[in-house]
Design a protein around this ligand. Structure first.
Ligand SMILES: Cc1cc2nc3c(=O)[nH]c(=O)nc-3n(C[C@H](O)[C@H](O)[C@H](O)COP(=O)(O)O)c2cc1C
Length: 191
């Protein structure tokens, strides 16, 4: 990456020109799409095509990699799809993909609309504890939660923590299931 290199990839076996929408999937590496995707884009034109991104990540979410692909693939219409933490991929990917396909209109069905987050307020001790339960066992520390906003769903509460650390500020999303004894988990960190 430091040398600006993109590993080459095997040529695609499908004729992508036959498809209306291309779902472009990758793991996130160093805050963006994995370098071999850059190799694919050198070898294969996606000009004029509709692209939907999807990815797995350790913590960092899909937003930055999609924005980078939108800049890199100027001739294509690149839309943000869905991302999931690698740690939850096996457990949750099927439902995350299904929900995305319905929301984006690729599949019939209905999903409950998400309510907006409430106002941000200074974290209470209880909210700090939820943050620590969700984040402290991750390999990298995120920093100290400063303020938080909440939204309530039927089965869980979602928290939007603004976090400060020596490296800067970030927003950490945590879900706390309402089921008895279920542990809060962070879903992504937006820097
Ligand atoms: C070289 C490398 C760099 C990575 N950098 C990031 C990163 O910056 N942010 C992040 O959230 N995850 C990062 N990860 C975690 C990967 O996104 C995660 O391991 C991957 O999505 C899992 O998919 P895979 O099993 O197909 O590799 C990195 C992983 C590797 C191997």
């Amino acid at each position: 990456m430091a040398d600006g290199e993109y590993p080459s990839v095997k040529p695609l076996s499908a004729n992508i020109g036959e498809y209306d929408v291309i779902f472009l999937g990758y793991p996130v590496w160093f805050g963006t799409y994995a370098r071999p995707i850059g190799g694919l884009l050198r070898a294969q034109s996606f000009d004029g095509m509709k692209i939907v991104t999807f990815c797995t990540f350790g913590s960092g979410g899909i937003e930055a990699s999609t924005q980078d692909l939108q800049k890199k693939m100027e001739g294509s219409e690149v839309t943000q799809g869905f991302g999931i933490r690698n740690a939850f991929a096996e457990r949750d990917a099927a439902s995350v993909v299904n929900k995305y396909l319905i929301e984006a209109g690729y599949k019939d069905g209905s999903v409950d609309p998400l309510p907006a987050f409430g106002d941000h307020h200074v974290c209470t001790d209880e909210e700090q504890e939820i943050f620590h339960q969700a984040c402290d066992d991750y390999q990298f520390p995120f920093g100290k939660p400063a303020d938080v906003a909440l939204r309530e769903m039927a089965e869980y509460t979602e928290y939007e923590f603004n976090v400060v650390s020596a490296a800067g500020s970030s927003t950490v999303y945590v879900v706390a299931p309402k089921a008895e004894g279920a542990k809060p988990e962070f879903t992504r960190v937006v820097r």
